[in-house]
Design a protein around this ligand. Structure first.
Ligand code: BGC
Length: 462
């Protein structure tokens, strides 16, 4: 598009980076120094065949000790907006009392960020469930929802002064369906009924947290982060088109409809007949937040193509075409023939569907590429693919803005290479602007770091 060559992002457009506490901190340090609660992910990673070499979040990238050095690099990047999570396994004990040692760590970290004029966007739940809660059923257990709301109150009471905006959840489809139905993520279960209970309780956690924080402080900015999937049918057959609708419902509608409309999509309820958990009276009112959300966060990595599968309990299966552009983990990032356009499509689709129901402004809360980066003889990392990926997606953001979709920010995933859940520390699964040697913990800015720095300064695609 002609205008894109000259596009200037508005002055107040937010460019940031994102990460999550458990992916960077090094759980061994918090267990030892803060008496934090062992996490479900640590437990799962040790034994699950889903996890690359059974690597755990124990070492992370030692943010616990290297925070000052990391903030200095953020400063060098010119970062002004940083999304991270406040871990419930750290700041709250089993009896829902604050863990002051962890809170003090966050205070020191946040104070240094403030000194460097870096605003903090805090995710309340980025999958840091303590193992003891997982043993009580995890997200299948309704009580988990209240634990999260209680954790948010502790976070706000002790750390709220530092927080610009909260994101209540991160990618609920991952922590529910992919964790309890597909079994790829912790705790690795494969039972649709259990997963549907997890979905309901996660949405309940979102609603309870929203209400708890709003009553503690009516001015607080509360938002949430989903990873809505843009889905296209593999063919024009009615069945395939229907499969794309089910895939959209599974990944997106099951979360966005309750949040903005206060109900689950009818076609999904029909599909899940007899499997939904008991919905208690008042639940849907608690879950519906609509106009209350300050921003809606979209994590976007790729699109999906689906075809109908009559045997599957969700009636769709993903089709992966060999000729698509792939990321370092072999996952298609472009649906052939092109497809960062998927980001544009999903932004328009969401905004048109929900803006009359309270969707105000949108942030891209994660976008980035994994690639097996290596240091060359000069000790540099030339990650052209990551730059290409980011540039193509940012063009789609520009297009959406020109189309009238109020996209107000973009958080690159992720500032530094880190522990990537089931992919562990697999070399192909790193997304950082900064390379981390997982043995020595040495940090080296990649080429994309300098590219992003340029963008942050000029607000224009380099
Ligand atoms: C998650 C991140 C993760 C990233 C890259 C998202 O699903 O929110 O925590 O590291 O994707 O895989």
């Amino acid at each position: 598009m002609y205008q894109l060559q000259y596009f200037q992002f508005p002055k107040d457009f937010i460019f940031g980076t994102a990460d999550a506490d458990l992916q960077v901190i090094g759980e061994e340090h918090t267990l030892k120094n803060e008496n934090s609660l062992p996490t479900m992910w640590n437990h799962f990673a040790q034994s699950s065949p889903e996890v690359y070499k059974n690597q755990t979040p124990m070492s992370g990238i030692d943010r616990y000790h290297l925070w000052k050095e990391d903030i200095a690099l953020m400063k060098e990047l010119g970062l002004r907006h940083y999304r991270t999570s406040i871990s419930m396994a750290r700041i709250m004990d089993k009896n829902r009392k604050p863990n002051m040692k962890a809170i003090d760590w966050y205070k020191t970290f946040f104070e240094e960020l403030r000194k460097n004029e870096i605003a903090i966007y805090a995710t309340i739940y980025h999958w840091e469930l303590p193992q003891f809660l997982s043993e009580k059923g995890g997200w299948k257990n309704r009580d988990t929802a209240q634990y999260v709301a209680d954790h948010s109150l502790i976070a706000h009471k002790y750390l709220g002064d530092y927080i610009e905006e909260y994101f209540i959840l991160n990618e609920p489809v991952q922590s529910t369906f992919y964790s309890y139905h597909i079994g790829e993520q912790a705790p690795g279960e494969r039972d649709l009924k259990g997963a549907l209970a997890a979905v309901h309780h996660t949405l309940l956690a979102q609603g309870l947290t929203f209400r708890a924080l709003k009553s503690a402080d009516k001015n607080v900015k509360l938002s949430t982060v989903f990873n809505p999937s843009v889905t296209y049918a593999a063919s024009s057959s009615q069945d395939d088109i229907k499969s794309a609708q089910y895939a959209f419902g599974y990944h997106t509608g099951m979360f966005t409809d309750p949040t903005y409309l206060g109900k689950y999509p009818d076609y999904m309820l029909e599909l899940f007949e007899g499997k939904m958990p008991q919905i208690q009276s008042g639940d849907m009112e608690t879950i519906k937040i609509d106009h209350g959300l300050h921003s809606f966060g979209v994590n976007f990595y790729r699109g999906k193509i689906t075809r109908y599968n009559p045997i599957s309990d969700v009636r769709f299966e993903e089709v992966r075409y060999p000729q698509g552009v792939k990321n370092g983990m072999g996952r298609p990032v472009y649906i052939p023939p092109t497809y960062p356009e998927g980001l544009y499509d999903i932004l328009c689709e969401l905004y048109y569907r929900y803006h009359e129901h309270g969707m105000k402004q949108i942030y891209i809360t994660e976008n980035g590429a994994s690639w097996p980066d290596t240091l060359n003889e000069k000790g540099e990392v030339d990650d052209e693919f990551r730059i290409f990926y980011l540039r193509e997606h940012l063009k789609q953001v520009e297009k959406a803005i020109l189309k009238g979709v109020p996209v107000k920010g973009f958080f690159q995933w992720t500032f530094m290479d880190n522990f990537n859940w089931s992919a562990g520390y697999r070399p192909e699964s790193v997304y950082g602007l900064v390379h981390v040697d997982f043995e020595t913990m040495k940090r080296t800015p990649k080429k994309s770091f300098y590219w992003y720095k340029d963008l942050l300064e000029s607000h224009r695609l380099p």
